[in-house]
Design a binder for this molecule. Structure first.
Ligand code: UT7
Length: 334
């Protein structure tokens, strides 16, 4: 690879889009489904409501296509010029074939190759690393990264510790060579597979193929050891972000926005506190979308895109199943 060329091409986010379904599932609705209450959910997670894609015939691809089309329309993108589409998701339409390929065909990206990326709640963060690397290398010029999850398709609505957290949604960003000096700056990525059982869908893969046993035991639903995940998330998301700031000689005051995965408001608060960030710099959408897994970060970007100014310093951070986690640093280029 031509290293000089790698250094010269800076990857930047040049377009953003998003979509959430219309149906709202409020804490009050959940009170009628499981033994919970609004006060508990708000104080423990920060969530008031989440969106649900009710139509059983619509899957994650529907959310992803809507988000991509929003980006295409808002930023006037010619879909035939897209080189690659990556869909970060834990709820692909089917185990085979890739949801991304269906999305590509549906939006007219007929020159693109396309694949799914699986890294749970860190899926979008990992996808940004991959997308930026393709641009940095000079290999491709337009990478469409979509984070999309129909979490309602895998959540057990009798498990009160899990069903209150998740919602459905999708967000999309376009990576291109930067038109200026701003864009992808640095990243700090990690994983720890020894904790894979702490946040999982146990069956339906090659370890536990679908059987009467897996069905009877509910192993096709999402399950998490809430406390274990919480403990790791609090320490690792903050640690990754702190290391990244240190490496780039940045203080909390110099950061314009923290764009954190929305798993639990308390996890985000702990990260923000460790970085010394004031509340107005911390982007949040958990109260009205819940945890949309791969979609939280691009939805934050979409909801706040009109506030960003060229040169703004953004820190992204995520933690999720795997375990997977990390942080990345980007300066806003548009
Ligand atoms: O994005 C992917 C990564 N996922 C995460 O980061 C999730 C991380 N974990 C969490 O966010 C939190 O652990 C939860 C929100 C899942 C749970 O909050 P917690 O403060 O850790 O609660 P807990 O599990 O320690 O439970 C405290 C109490 C228990 O009752 P007892 O044993 O103290 O009597 C639970 O049974 O709260 C009870 N509880 C509930 N009460 C009302 C658990 N779920 C509920 C509920 N409503 N929905």
């Amino acid at each position: 690879m031509n290293l000089e060329r790698t250094k010269q091409i800076k990857a930047a986010i040049t377009a953003v889009g998003g979509y959430v379904p219309e149906t709202i599932l409020s804490n009050q609705d959940l009170e009628k489904m499981v033994d919970t209450n609004d006060e508990w959910i708000v104080s423990r997670t920060g969530i008031k409501e989440r969106r649900i894609l009710e139509d059983p015939e619509k899957a994650t691809s529907f959310l992803a296509i809507e988000a991509a089309q929003d980006l295409i329309a808002t930023f006037n993108i010619d879909s035939t010029t897209i080189d690659l589409i990556i869909v970060a998701t834990v709820t692909p339409d089917m185990p085979v074939a890739a949801t991304a390929a269906y999305v590509a065909s549906s939006i007219g990206a007929n020159q693109a190759f396309a694949y799914d990326l699986s890294a749970a709640c860190s899926g979008f963060l990992y996808g940004m690393s991959t997308s930026a690397a393709y641009i940095n290398s000079g290999r491709y010029k337009k990478v469409l990264l979509i984070g999309a999850d129909k979490m309602s398709s895998i959540v057990d609505y009798t498990d009160r510790t899990t069903c209150i957290i998740f919602g459905d949604g999708a967000g999309a960003v376009l990576f291109e060579p930067s038109p200026n000096e701003f864009g992808w700056e640095d990243e700090y990525m990690r994983s720890n597979g020894t904790e894979r059982m702490s946040l999982r869908i146990k069956a339906g893969g090659s370890l536990y193929p679908t059987s009467q046993t897996t069905l009877d035991n509910g192993w096709h639903n999402l399950y998490q050891e809430g406390k274990t995940v919480f403990k790791y998330a609090v320490s690792e998301m903050a640690e990754a972000s702190e290391q990244l700031l240190k490496r780039n000689n940045l203080s909390g005051e110099e950061i314009d926005y923290l764009v954190p995965h929305q798993a639990n408001k308390r996890i985000v608060d702990a990260t923000a506190k460790r970085l010394g960030l004031s509340d107005e710099k911390v982007l949040m959408n958990i109260s009205y979308y819940g945890n949309t897994t791969a979609a939280t970060i691009p939805l934050l970007l979409n909801d706040n895109k009109s506030n960003f100014k060229k040169g703004n310093k953004l820190i992204f951070a995520a933690f999720g199943g795997g375990f997977t986690w990390g942080a990345s640093y980007l300066t806003w280029a548009i």
